[in-house]
Design a protein around this ligand. Structure first.
Ligand code: IMP
Ligand code: MG
Length: 186
């Protein structure tokens, strides 16, 4: 086994440097949960996770918020199995819960070009929510024109493709408990 393989939960020559380790993830999620608890006091927010990448983050974040809350999920496709954005976003699985009068918090794994999020914002804003905010675990530096509309951000990361803690390459590596660089052929 190579030295590098020992550092990773999954043995693969495609896994590189750890960008956010497990302890840092858990600490930051606790902070975000505490902040959201303060900001939404007296309300029962509806957390909307964007499948599948946000699943791990959603599960931890929801447990760090000490308020009554509800969760729902939607799935959009923007990437297929490639690692560059296609610019095409479509809803693959829609919400089950009505947004009318709800305080909605979109929970995203990573904001890259911002295309997925701007599509989601536009779509959900038309459904009568009382408020609509975004909590993104990761924001990749450099590509978005603006991220003023991201209310909560976990970490800003350098412009490299990453996997782990929900993020995949071709559906793999979501189960890594940390975020690391993917060095394989994209
Ligand atoms: P955007 O529409 O360009 O902002 O892309 C956002 C979506 O692309 C995310 O929700 C992810 O599903 C996917 N994505 C972007 N960058 C990465 C990455 O580095 N690793 C894994 N998935 C990514
Ligand atoms: Mg993905």
């Amino acid at each position: 086994m190579s030295e590098r393989a020992h550092r990773h939960l999954i043995e693969s020559p495609d896994l590189g440097e750890i960008v956010v380790d497990a302890a840092s993830l858990q600490a930051r999620v606790a902070e975000l949960g505490a902040q959201i608890t303060v900001d939404y006091e007296g309300r029962a927010p509806l957390l909307i996770g964007v499948l599948k990448g946000a699943v791990m983050f959603m599960a931890d974040l929801a447990r760090a918020i000490s308020l009554p809350l509800e969760v729902d999920f939607m799935a959009v496709s923007s990437y297929g199995n490639a690692t560059r954005t296609s610019g095409v976003v479509r809803i693959v699985k829609d919400l089950d819960i009505d947004l009318t009068g709800r305080h909605v918090l979109i929970v995203e794994d990573i904001v890259d070009s911002g295309l997925t999020l701007s599509y989601l914002r536009r779509t959900l804003a038309a459904r009568g929510a009382a408020s609509l905010e975004v909590c993104a675990l990761l924001v990749r530096e450099g590509l978005q024109k603006t991220d003023d509309d991201l209310r909560y951000v976990g970490f800003r990361i350098p412009p490299k493709f990453v996997v782990g803690y929900g993020l995949d390459f071709a559906e793999r590596y979501r189960n890594l408990p940390y975020v690391c660089v993917f060095e394989g052929d994209q």
